[in-house]
Design a protein around this ligand. Structure first.
Ligand SMILES: *[C@@H]1O[C@H](CO)[C@@H](O)[C@H](O)[C@H]1NC(C)=O
Ligand SMILES: *[C@@H]1O[C@H](CO)[C@@H](O)[C@H](O)[C@H]1NC(C)=O
Ligand SMILES: *[C@@H]1O[C@H](CO)[C@@H](O)[C@H](O)[C@H]1NC(C)=O
Ligand SMILES: *[C@@H]1O[C@H](CO)[C@@H](O)[C@H](O)[C@H]1NC(C)=O
Length: 163
């Protein structure tokens, strides 16, 4: 059960902003589509708000096409595009998801260098790739299906679970 929770937490990634939150310009808010986060300083929705409405390029967002649907998207210089699920301006946190629904894969290569963001939860995970025939021996762990294929099944666990 505990592990199920951890896998679930893999589907969304919290990052915190490291920036001042005062705005100088008068800018109207923007939204990519209904239900998406409202974009305002320090963020800027490109092609909806002038450049002066964002703190700097690190906060530029786009209405990225995600399987035919426009979703609020951020490009991290060394990690690629993520969908923004939520922006908490008061807590200075954003919640990211993988447009292709495989956040574990993205976390393996996540590199926040040159971004104004920091991870909110830091936890060391170990990923295992096992021959699929050995699957049952790992029955108490949930496989990460988007990283697994017919020949190998991938699991992740926090180190303390291995006892
Ligand atoms: C990432 O987003 C940018 C801006 O929307 C877009 O130009 C680029 O093609 C996207 N890259 C990928 C790999 O989807
Ligand atoms: C997505 O955004 C582009 C550019 O903003 C727009 O031309 C297009 O109609 C939008 N597509 C949908 C499905 O909303
Ligand atoms: C992140 O990417 C930069 C630029 O490629 C590189 O210099 C740095 O070592 C990377 N950091 C990690 C933790 O991989
Ligand atoms: C699984 O293994 C078979 C036999 O070695 C190979 O032909 C096949 O391409 C593999 N499948 C994947 C998804 O790697």
């Amino acid at each position: 059960m505990e592990f199920t929770t951890k896998i679930t937490s893999f589907s969304l990634l919290f990052l915190s902003l490291i920036i001042p939150t005062l705005t100088t310009a008068t800018c109207s808010t923007a939204v990519c589509r209904n239900g998406d986060p409202i974009t305002r300083f320090p963020f800027r929705l490109k092609s909806h708000q002038p450049q002066s409405c964002g703190y700097d390029k690190g906060f530029d967002l786009t209405c990225g096409n995600n399987n035919g649907v426009n979703r609020t998207t951020i490009r991290l210089p060394f990690s690629g595009n993520f969908t923004i699920e939520m922006i908490d301006y008061a807590a200075q946190e954003i919640l990211l998801a993988d447009p292709n629904n495989c956040l574990p894969k993205r976390i393996l290569t996540l590199n926040l260098t040159s971004t104004p963001f920091d991870g909110v939860y830091t936890r060391r995970f170990t990923f295992f790739s096992c021959p699929t025939s050995g699957y049952l021996r790992f029955g108490r762990f949930n496989p990460i299906t988007c990283l697994s294929d017919e020949n190998s099944t991938v699991f992740a666990t926090a180190l303390k679970d291995l006892g």
